[in-house]
Design a protein around this ligand. Structure first.
Ligand code: ATP
Ligand code: MN
Length: 479
């Protein structure tokens, strides 16, 4: 194909005065003269000025929103307001028509996010989703860059797992057995010996256990991959398939873990602010418009950009679960019976309403809660000396709630084994995991960051289904 210049480069204006070829999709065509052309390389569109007499009415009619075109012309400094450069078309070719009467994305009636979710195969073409998915890309890149700069090894943990002991959520089974004719063993159970892997397997809920194995040799590793949870939670913060970043570090304790998490979050927020300015400006405006349509009491205290900048300035608030429980117990909503789950005593699991109270009302900034009761946390978390808490940490963000969950890991073999026995975790199947504690065990720590929750926060979107291209949730796996 002819060599084209991307619109992002054309808009920089360095090639003013030169002939260029641009290709893209028509956003709008007005006054029979001005085409707004977008090729996805950036938020902005390039103005193409056409001469209707040269173009002919037949072709002009085909310049509908969504049509793909190729334009040869001269890049010039623009006379009009609203753009610095434009292209005067010398030759225009329609590469793909887009029939206006059938195309669901007409500019006139701004489609709702719910509707766009149903046509997720087309929603990339809207301003909003273009911005979101460019930001998503930038964040993914920034995360790899952050860890690479610090000498971490990116470790690809398996997606199909033979261990179902993590307890992080309900799992999806993986099998090639015929569902209508399951082979049975003598005692009537499904005979997984006849399955593909000759055992029962699932999609992973977390890459952490495998990351620990690697960290105890490579020192610092991270995983960045898809994870799957068959939790039937139809919320705006849960997906059945989501991406998780899980660093794991040897010779590190809970404080090191908190520092790493805070540094990483600030690094990627900063990265987005510097590299995604145009997209974030648009999302900021979008956020403000959405906010205006809400009742006054529910409106955000800060705009999107303001909120992101604020997060960079302040150290996150660090406190223990025990301290948080005291604050919650004495809080006005608790005393007035406003919490759906009133906080009565130490040991209660914190619900989203409590997390949001701490972050949004009490501290008004990101919060790191540590040292949770052992009973409400996973088996691998390091037991504190008090005999009742573990060295866990959750990072809570405004509007999101939990964005990161992590801990220092229990590196002492006997303590770990005892905890697994107490929690009925099949020790025999987990020998590979326990081997790390048998052979050169050392203090180590790590956490899991839900990638989509991070994108939610940075884009100011409110439903997690709008920040992943093709969301999977109960009742839905279209596309
Ligand atoms: P939650 O209480 O919100 O369900 P969790 O305690 O189950 O979270 P972890 O098992 O600690 O979460 O997982 C680590 C991170 O993965 C969470 O902090 C969150 O950012 C993200 N996460 C967990 N479950 C989901 C999900 N279903 N969809 C999207 N992200 C998720
Ligand atoms: Mn969960």
């Amino acid at each position: 194909m002819k060599k084209r210049i991307k619109i992002v480069d054309a808009l920089r204006g360095e090639q003013v005065g030169q002939p260029v070829t641009v290709m893209g999709w028509v956003r709008s065509f007005r006054n029979n003269q001005f085409i707004a052309l977008n090729d996805g390389s950036c938020f902005g569109s390039l103005q193409i000025v056409v001469d209707i007499d040269k173009l002919g009415l037949e072709t002009a009619k085909r310049l509908t929103a969504g049509a793909a075109i190729s334009v040869d012309g001269l890049l010039i400094a623009s006379q009009g307001k609203g753009q610095t450069v434009e292209v005067t078309a010398q030759q225009l070719e329609i590469l793909g028509d887009c029939p206006a009467d059938e195309y669901p994305l007409q500019l006139k009636n701004r489609p709702s996010l719910e509707y766009l979710r149903e046509i997720a195969h087309l929603r990339f073409r809207t301003n909003t989703f273009g911005a979101i998915f460019r930001v998503r890309h930038a964040l993914s890149f920034a995360i790899h860059q952050f860890y690479n700069q610090r000498g971490f090894v990116c470790m690809h943990s398996p997606i199909i797992t033979g261990s179902d002991a993590e307890g992080a959520g309900e799992m999806f089974r993986v099998t090639t057995l015929p569902l209508d004719k399951l082979p049975k063993t003598a005692d009537g159970k499904v005979d997984f010996k006849q399955d593909f892997f000759e055992k029962s397997t699932h999609l992973t809920v977390s890459g952490q256990l495998e990351a620990e194995l690697a960290a105890l040799a490579l020192g610092q590793v991270y995983t960045f991959g898809p994870t799957f949870r068959a939790e039937n939670s139809n919320t705006s913060r849960h997906l059945a398939e989501f991406w998780m970043i899980e660093p794991e570090v040897a010779f590190a304790d809970l404080t090191d873990n908190m520092n790493l998490a805070e540094d990483m979050l600030k690094y990627v927020i900063e990265y987005a602010l510097t590299h995604c300015r145009e997209d974030l400006d648009f999302l900021n405006q979008r956020f403000a418009e959405e906010d205006k349509s809400k009742p006054v009491a529910e409106r955000a205290e800060m705009g999107l950009l303001e909120k992101l900048q604020f997060c960079l300035k302040e150290p996150f608030q660090r406190l223990t679960y025990t301290e948080a429980i005291e604050i919650l117990k004495n809080s006005t909503p608790n005393k007035k019976g406003k919490f759906k789950y009133p906080i009565k005593a130490w040991g209660a699991d914190l619900q989203s309403e409590h997390e949001r109270y701490l972050v949004e009302k009490h501290f008004k900034k990101p919060v790191i809660l540590t040292d949770y009761p052992m009973e409400i946390k996973a088996f691998y978390m390091r037991q504190n000396n008090d005999g009742k808490t573990v060295a866990a940490m959750d990072i809570l963000f405004p509007g999101i709630g939990e964005i990161i969950g992590g801990s220092q890991r229990e590196e002492r073999l006997e303590k770990l084994k005892q905890r697994m026995l107490d929690m009925h975790i099949p020790i025999e199947e987990m020998q590979w995991f326990l081997d790390t504690r048998r052979f050169g065990s050392c203090p180590h720590a790590g956490f899991g960051l839900g990638f989509e929750r991070l994108i939610l926060f940075i884009t100011g979107m409110t439903n997690i289904r709008d920040v992943i291209p093709f969301p999977r949730f109960p009742g839905s796996a279209t596309f």
